[in-house]
Design a protein around this ligand. Structure first.
Ligand code: ADP
Ligand code: MG
Length: 386
C-alpha cells in the first residue's frame, strides 16, 4: 500500500488528567497508515486512555487527534472511521456468528449482507461456524468474531485493547500470528495495546513503549531491543546486564571505559551518555550476546572483545539454551544465555569464568539519569518528585 500520510493517525500534545492525576502526559505520536502499531507498557501506564482518546471514548484534556487531514478531536466515536476490539469481546449472545458480524451492516441499512459477511468470515476462517452461537465457540473463535464484526464496517483504523488477554498462552501465540495475517491481508492500520513485550515484538512494525503516561521510546522491535535508550526500556523488553563504568578516554568512534579494574569498549554511536573523561556510563549488554569461557581457557579468547571475570552462581538447562547467573565484581547476577551446542561440563556453579562479547553489542546509558537500582527513568524521576 502506498502511504502519502493521508491516512496517518496523528496525536499532537494529547493528554489526560483525572483531577490532579495525569494518566497521559502531552503526547505526540504518528501512526503510519497501514502499519501494525503496538502500545506496550505495564498496567496503569496510560495505554487504554490513549486508545480511548483515539476512539473518541475519552475526551482529551489537551491536544488534538487527526486522521489524515481531518481533525476528529471533537467528533463522537460513531462518526470516526475507527473501530475498537476489547478484551471482553462483547458479542451478542443471542445472535449467531453470521448475525454478530452482519450487525454493523444491518444497522446502517445495508440490505444484502450475505456476500460481505461471507467474505469476512472467510478472512477470519469461521465460514464453517456461521450458524453457531458465541457460547458454542472457543475463546479464540469468539475473538475472531469480534475482529470480523469490527472490520465489516471498513474502518480506517482498528483499535485493539489487550484483545488476547483472556486466552491461554498457546492460543494467544496462535492468535498473534492470525491477527498479523488479517492485518496484512486487509491493509488497514491496527493499533494494538498490550502489556506483553513478546506479543508486541512478534506482531508490530512499530512499538511505542509507555511508562507512567509517557512514551519512553518508539521504534521497530529490533531497534528497541538492540538500542534501548532508557533503563526502563532495556529492562522491559527482555533482560539486560548493567555495569557501572567511568569514561577513561573517548577518541574516534570508540569510548574506552573503566569498570572495576578492567577496561570495556563501547562504540560512540551506541552511547546515550556524555562522553567526557570521568563521566559515568551504565554499560548494558544482552544475555545472549555474551560468551562464557572457563578461566583455564581464557588465553584462547580473541583479542578485541570486552571481557569481565566472575564465578558461576547458578545454571539452568532450558532445552534450547542454558541460562547462567554469574557473580562478577562489576555486576552481581550477570545473566548469560548459551545455546546448547557443545556444552563445557566444567561450566557449573563455583567455576571461575570469563564473560566476553563483541564491543559492538554493548550499549551505554547515562548513569546519572538511570540509577542502577532500576528506579531511574525520566518518567519515574518525575513521578518521584511529585
Ligand atoms: P493501562 O491501559 O496502561 O493499564 P489506563 O490508561 O487504563 O492504563 O490508566 C492509566 C492510569 O489512569 C491508571 O493509573 C488509572 O488508574 C488511571 N485512570 C484511568 N481511568 C481513570 C478514571 N476514569 N478516573 C481516574 N483515574 C483513571
Ligand atoms: Mg488498559
Amino acid at each position: 500500500m502506498t502511504n502519502d500520510g493521508s491516512g496517518d493517525v496523528r496525536l499532537r500534545g494529547i493528554s489526560k488528567t483525572y483531577g490532579s492525576f495525569t494518566a497521559v502526559h502531552p503526547l505526540d505520536l504518528t501512526v503510519p497508515q497501514g502499519s501494525f502499531f503496538a502500545l506496550l507498557g505495564a498496567s496503569g501506564s496510560g495505554k487504554t486512555t490513549t486508545l480511548r482518546m483515539i476512539a473518541g471514548l475519552e475526551e482529551p484534556t489537551s491536544g488534538t487527534v487527526h486522521l489524515g487531514d481531518q481533525d476528529v478531536t471533537r467528533l463522537p466515536p460513531y462518526k470516526r472511521p475507527v473501530n475498537t476490539v476489547f478484551q471482553s469481546y462483547a458479542l451478542f449472545p443471542h445472535l449467531d456468528v453470521f448475525e454478530n458480524v452482519a450487525f454493523g451492516l444491518r444497522r446502517r441499512g445495508v440490505r444484502n449482507v450475505k456476500k460481505q459477511v461471507g467474505e469476512m468470515l472467510e478472512l477470519v476462517q469461521l465460514g464453517a461456524q456461521a450458524r453457531r452461537k458465541p457460547h458454542q465457540l472457543s475463546g479464540g473463535q469468539q475473538q475472531r468474531v469480534a475482529v470480523a464484526r469490527a472490520l465489516i464496517n471498513h474502518p480506517r483504523v482498528l483499535l485493539l485493547d489487550e484483545p488476547l488477554g483472556a486466552l491461554d498462552l498457546k492460543l494467544r501465540r496462535r492468535m498473534q500470528l492470525e491477527l498479523k495475517r488479517i492485518q496484512t491481508e486487509v491493509g488497514i492500520t491496527f493499533v494494538h495495546v498490550t502489556h506483553d513485550q513478546e506479543e508486541a515484538m512478534t506482531m508490530a512494525d512499530t512499538v511505542a513503549v509507555m511508562n507512567a503516561g509517557r512514551v519512553e521510546q518508539l521504534g521497530s522491535p529490533a531497534d528497541l531491543y538492540e538500542n534501548p535508550r532508557t533503563r526502563f526500556v532495556a529492562d522491559f523488553l527482555g533482560t539486560s546486564n548493567f555495569i557501572e563504568a567511568e569514561v577513561a578516554s573517548a577518541g574516534g568512534g570508540e569510548i574506552v571505559l573503566r569498570a572495576g579494574g578492567g577496561r570495556l569498549v563501547l562504540p560512540r554511536a551506541r552511547c546515550g551518555a556524555p562522553t567526557a573523561a570521568g563521566g559515568r556510563v551504565l554499560v548494558g549488554v544482552r544475555p545472549e550476546k555474551v560468551s562464557l569461557t572457563h578461566a583455564d581457557d581464557a588465553g584462547g579468547i580473541p583479542a578485541g572483545r570486552n571481557r569481565i571475570t566472575g564465578t558461576i552462581a547458578d545454571s539452568s538447562f532450558t532445552g534450547v539454551s542454558t541460562q547462567y547467573v554469574v557473580d562478577s565484581p562489576v555486576c552481581p547476577a550477570f545473566e548469560v544465555y548459551a545455546q546448547n551446542i557443545d556444552r563445557d561440563p566444567r561450566l557449573a556453579p563455583g567455576a571461575e569464568v570469563v564473560l566476553h562479547w563483541n564491543p559492538a553489542h554493548t550499549f551505554g546509558l547515562d548513569a546519572a539519569r538511570f540509577a542502577p537500582d532500576g528506579e531511574g527513568s525520566p518518567a519515574a524521576e518525575e513521578a518521584a518528585a511529585r
